[in-house]
Design a protein around this ligand. Structure first.
Ligand SMILES: Cc1ncc(C[n+]2csc(CCOP(=O)(O)OP(=O)(O)O)c2C)c(N)n1
Ligand SMILES: [Mg+2]
Length: 651
């Protein structure tokens, strides 16, 4: 029996009312009615659905998307607006890319809004696994809807079905389990009634969020059921700001008060919690310097008197010198990756202790810390209050000022090297830093860029610096820029990609063109892997296999001529405007042209493969072969063993 309006609004006899819809139709309607609320602002949880159709979803979830759209249009919803039961659909080009786009969107929205991603069964679905891992590692909410094999098993084995001889309920989608924070398979329609709300709870929980996966068998997607209309009522998920437990706060305060050389390490949690103001207030009041991680850069503006910049393996000398001698490290919203801890060599004071403020107990407990489980903003505000009157020594603060000033000189030099004949990429970053406005968004994930940016980028706002460095996934940048621009249409979104990254996942440029999304892509063309090439050389592997060269018939190796790949024409073929430059001055002009344009532009800039990169003072644990016939490897192994002696546990 159906007794609802098309929007799912309950009628007076709502208790008993049901509406007959397929699982695909029901899920679309359910998702359209989910909202988040934080600090009094309520918004839809799902801005839409990215998708690529195949036989697994075209007639199920896909039909649900279409029907909702047609019904909205028929009920008078104008073109370009979204009906109350509807999810706008965006056709992506690669399933991995569409998950990255959803992550880019959700991150720009501070995890309060996201996209659903629908994929066909088999390869369409497993293409999303890399994106799922990235989302879960980076703690960003995305809803993944991989299609799955028939629940009724009648036509088995269907196209693209894995047959596990000892387990007919095992499908390729089980590979999502370890990379999802919530995973379920909807074998029967009514399972959605409990599983869909459970999935929403995980998506909107700041401590648990990540990839949430609901596998949808293709026959079940098309199966009808009489749903209680209550299932489709507007729901609001209140995104919590847990406050610290008073006893835990007192313990944390006691440790901080005992410190002579405290240092804050600000991570992504500060940004997601919109705690920048609280962080600045904490630093200003206590005189405690603040270093940042890749996800936390910009949480404090670079020119705040107590901001010391990036810490760790790719950090700067100032932050690393302070880390090396800190007696109390206050980690706020950080998960302490090896880049932050320089593989457990950054914090060297023999008695160093940690106070970790984190919404996730899992992260708060790291390094035997005094745990302060709370929202970053609530926790920082409480700490500032409880520490009233407490301040670091003037001498320590003077040292901070001096070290930061020294590093800013290095930054200036790296920004204006005058390197030739091709520019160093640090000069391009200098130009970008100057040309981009405070609210514009810079996106990057992999290659030699993240290290340089972590050391050099002067982030003025928390939203300006969008580095995906949890999974450091080549190919994230272009689709993520698309997602970020959808989330922030009034800001310039600039994706920086290497030539290697570009070749891995350029396809969403086609989506960018078809959706008329104006992004700027800066392609740093250096004909190989500057990052892994330098790493290879430093670890004794002689840059083997890290340049794009033809196989040489004389040596049998990839050391022939440069591969005649033309990325300018390649990018043009997608329909984006392309500007090719070879100097910093021309780059500046090209960037201004790109900003002035309404269309997506890719700036192709030739840069020097060999850098130079900013000077590094830190260490990263990348094991070198213990036995080798190559002298370069043996030398590197000896250096590696020497480096390891600085590694320690924090027990
Ligand atoms: C999907 C993926 N595969 C492999 C890697 C390992 N990796 C890190 S950087 C890099 C090379 C990147 O080359 P490019 O994009 O040209 O940047 P460059 O190093 O030249 O700055 C590789 C292969 C990765 N991070 N992600
Ligand atoms: Mg390169």
């Amino acid at each position: 029996m159906s007794s609802t309006t098309p929007s799912g609004t309950p009628t007076p006899d709502a208790e008993a009312a049901t509406v007959r819809l397929t699982v695909g139709q029901a899920l679309v309607r359910f998702l359209a009615h989910q909202h988040t609320e934080r600090d009094g602002v309520t918004q839809r949880l799902f801005a839409g659905a990215f998708g690529i159709f195949g036989h697994g979803n075209v007639a199920g979830f896909g039909q649900g998307l279409l029907q909702a759209h047609v019904e909205a249009a028929e009920s008078g919803v104008p073109v370009g607006e979204t009906g109350p039961d509807e999810l706008p659909y965006l056709l992506a080009r690669n399933e991995q890319g569409m998950v990255h786009a959803a992550v880019g969107y959700a991150r720009t929205k501070e995890r309060l809004q996201t996209f659903a991603c629908t994929a066909s069964i088999g390869p369409g679905s497993t293409n999303m696994i890399t994106g799922a891992a990235l989302a879960t590692i980076d703690r960003i909410p995305v809803l993944l809807l991989p299609s799955d094999v028939f629940a009724n098993r009648l036509p088995d084995p269907v196209l693209q079905q894995l047959e596990h001889p000892g387990g007919p309920d095992v499908t390729v989608n089980d590979a999502f389990r370890p990379v999802s924070r919530y995973f379920d398979r909807i074998w029967r329609p009514e399972q959605l009634l409990s599983s869909a709300p459970a999935a929403m709870r995980v998506l909107t929980d700041p401590a648990e969020t990540g990839a949430v996966t609901l596998c949808l068998p293709q026959d079940v997607q098309a199966e009808a059921y009489d749903w209680p209309v209550e299932f489709f009522r507007d729901r609001v998920w209140h995104v919590a700001r847990p406050v610290p437990e008073p006893a835990a706060l007192a313990r944390a305060v006691a440790v901080i008060r005992s410190a002579k050389r405290p240092l804050v390490v600000a991570g992504g949690g500060v940004v997601y919690s919109e705690a920048s103001e609280a962080l600045r207030a904490f630093a200003t009041a206590t005189g405690i310097p603040v270093a940042d991680t890749q996800a936390g850069k910009g949480a404090i503006n670079w020119d705040h008197p107590l901001a010391v910049g990036g810490v760790g393996a790719t950090g700067n000398d100032a932050a690393n010198a302070l880390a090396a001698t800190a007696d109390v490290v206050i980690g706020v919203g950080t998960r302490y990756t090896d880049f932050t801890t320089a593989s457990h060599t950054a914090f060297r004071d023999p008695g160093v202790r940690f106070v970790n403020l984190n919404v996730a107990a899992f992260d708060a407990a790291k390094h035997s810390a005094e745990m302060l489980v709370a929202d970053a903003r609530a926790g920082l505000t409480a700490l500032t209050e409880a520490l009233a009157g407490h301040r670091t020594d003037e001498e320590y603060r003077a040292e901070v000022t001096r070290r930061v000033a020294d590093w800013q000189e290095v930054t200036e030099r790296c920004y204006h090297l005058g390197h030739g004949p091709l520019p160093a990429q640090t000069e391009i970053f200098g130009a970008l830093n100057e040309l981009m406005s405070d609210e514009d968004i810079l996106i990057n994930a992999a290659g030699s860029m993240p290290g340089d940016l972590q050391a050099l980028w002067r982030a003025r706002t928390p939203s300006q610096y969008h580095l995906e460095y949890g999974y450091s996934c080549m190919g994230y940048e272009i689709p993520a820029a698309m997602g970020a621009k959808l989330a922030a249409p009034d800001r310039e979104v600039v994706a920086i990609v290497g030539d290697g990254t570009y070749q891995m996942l350029p396809q969403e440029l086609a989506t960018i063109v078809s959706e008329r999304i104006k992004v700027i892509v800066v392609l740093l063309q250096n004909h190989g892997f500057a990052s892994i090439g330098a790493l290879s050389e430093s670890r004794g592997s002689q840059r083997f296999g890290t340049r794009y060269q033809m196989r040489n018939p004389e040596t049998g190796l990839l050391d022939g001529d440069d591969v005649p790949l033309d990325l300018v024409r390649n990018a043009e073929s997608f329909g984006v405007d392309v500007l090719a430059v070879k100097s910093v001055e021309d780059f500046r002009a090209a960037f201004r042209t790109a900003v002035a344009s309404d269309a997506a532009t890719l700036i192709h800039v030739e840069t020097d493969l060999q850098g130079p990169n900013p000077p590094g003072s830190s260490w990263w644990d990348v094991p070198v072969s213990e036995a080798s016939t190559l002298p370069s490897t043996r030398t590197a192994r000896a250096e590696y063993e020497a480096g390891r002696t600085a590694q320690r546990h924090y027990l």
